[in-house]
Design a protein around this ligand. Structure first.
Ligand SMILES: CC(C)(COP(=O)(O)OP(=O)(O)OC[C@H]1O[C@@H](n2cnc3c(N)ncnc32)[C@H](O)[C@@H]1OP(=O)(O)O)[C@@H](O)C(=O)NCCC(=O)NCCS
Length: 161
């Protein structure tokens, strides 16, 4: 079926259908950016996502529930190391296990590309994401002081694959 809903930024409020994951394409970006704005204090712009889609070391994936974009994750893969660059689930679909499924997919993807470890930064205040990462076996390996533009520190977390 043609995904003609992409012509319109409005998505159905109640998504139904199976949970699936696809490579991110530019057609997904209006929905990705809408989720980004609801999820982060300093959201990435449309053009930043667009430039990431042509970054050779970057891999971005979108999660769907039926035809609706409900989340996304990004990784940079360089040599044997993966770095999670972004990760979010639409607020209406959180705490239902979709973030876990999407992260699991991203980690399996990194493993399939020969990565031996995964790194990420997370705001020290973002206890929700930290809890999810810890459940995946990530552990804290350091702090990057004033990593974010508003001055907040980042926790650096790492997991062996
Ligand atoms: C982080 C995020 C992607 C998690 O997505 P999600 O679909 O809600 O995650 P899940 O439903 O798979 O939750 C997995 C686990 O994470 C933890 N978690 C998720 N939401 C939580 C909450 N509100 N409070 C405490 N723990 C929470 C729990 O351990 C949870 O397991 P449980 O539900 O069995 O207790 C989502 O909260 C989000 O988009 N946050 C805003 C963006 C963000 O912070 N991204 C990370 C940047 S580093």
């Amino acid at each position: 079926m043609v995904r003609n809903f992409f012509k319109n930024e409005t998505q159905p409020a109640n998504a139904g259908g199976p949970f699936t994951i696809q490579r991110m394409h530019f057609q997904h970006l209006p929905y990705v950016v809408a989720i980004e704005k609801k999820s982060f204090k300093h959201p990435w712009s449309y053009s930043l996502f667009l430039s990431e889609l042509s970054n050779k070391i970057a891999h971005y994936f979108v999660a769907f529930l039926g035809n609706r974009v409900i989340g996304y994750v990004g990784l940079w893969i360089y040599l044997r190391e993966a770095h999670i660059t972004t990760f979010a689930i639409h607020p209406n679909f959180r705490r239902k296990g979709y973030g876990t499924k999407l992260m699991h997919y991203a980690l399996e993807f990194a493993k399939s590309k020969g990565c031996k470890e995964v790194l990420l930064e997370v705001r020290v205040s973002n206890k929700v994401a930290q809890a999810l990462y810890r459940r995946f076996g990530f552990s804290e390996i350091g702090i990057r002081k004033a990593y974010y533009s508003d001055g907040e520190d980042a926790l650096v977390m790492r997991k062996n694959l």
